[in-house]
Write a protein that binds this ligand. Sequence first.
Ligand SMILES: Nc1nc2c(ncn2[C@@H]2O[C@H](COP(=O)(O)OP(=O)(O)OP(=O)(O)O)[C@@H](O)[C@H]2O)c(=O)[nH]1
Ligand SMILES: [Mg+2]
Length: 260
Amino acid sequence: MKDKLWIMVKKVIRQADVVLEVVDSRNPEGTRSRIVERYVKSLGKPLIIVINKADLVPREVLDEWKNVLSREFPTIYISAQKRLGTRRLWIILKKYRRNSKLKVAVVGYPNVGKSMIINLLKGRHSVGTSPIPGFTKHTQAVRAAKWLKVIDTPGVVPLREKDEVSLVLKCSISPEELEDPVTPALGLIKIALEKNPTVFKETYGIESTDPLKIIEELAERRKLYLKGGRLNIEEAARIIIRDWQKGKLVFYFLPNEPIG
Ligand SMILES: Nc1nc2c(ncn2[C@@H]2O[C@H](COP(=O)(O)OP(=O)(O)OP(=O)(O)O)[C@@H](O)[C@H]2O)c(=O)[nH]1
Ligand SMILES: [Mg+2]
């Protein structure tokens, strides 16, 4: 199944004149797809990095990331949801408009906002978006302007990438897909606390800095109990993962930091 997604994405890249690689502003390095970058380079096509979800990260941090990533590829930052940076996106696309038409592939990890960017360019809702990673299952071409065709693709994770904490930090895996959501949530909490020590107080009013206690306290506060009265820490762990994916739990990576 996952191989099929890669085949689809590669086909769209081959058809495109330019590739937009969308990354998440909170974890740009982690959500960069080296495989995609190498493939696009091998075809001699231009690639533009679009740092999306810019509304979740301070401007200075976005500028830092832009500087670092620009050494390798032209890079811009936008917020598709808040419709910020739209002008920058159009300007950069117009630069690549050679003769009259331009075909653009929009690619990247799941949940980074590819479909929302397609809708932003189109100017109205035309492809489905969702907080659930892996929502887009097929490619879809949309005419955003007379001269511009943009192609939405399914989010893809390298096949050998299996580390659940890392996938959670990239918002690439749905918490429902995790057999045991507690272990990756513990990893997420540890890194969240390193990046923003007050994040759980800010988000849930929880003072503790012990990862397991944070999950347990959230389960208590939300009255999440299993039959028999045991705390449903699995559900609390899923809530934390979901809140990070939705941008409710706010922390971010800086350039030159390990990706966790
Ligand atoms: N805060 C914030 N959230 C965003 C932004 N862009 C997209 N999102 C949210 O991110 C989630 C994923 O957006 P999609 O456009 O469906 O992402 P995708 O890359 O197409 O995801 P897949 O189809 O799963 O690969 C949705 O819940 C969006 O609301 C943004 O600029 N800021
Ligand atoms: Mg999508």
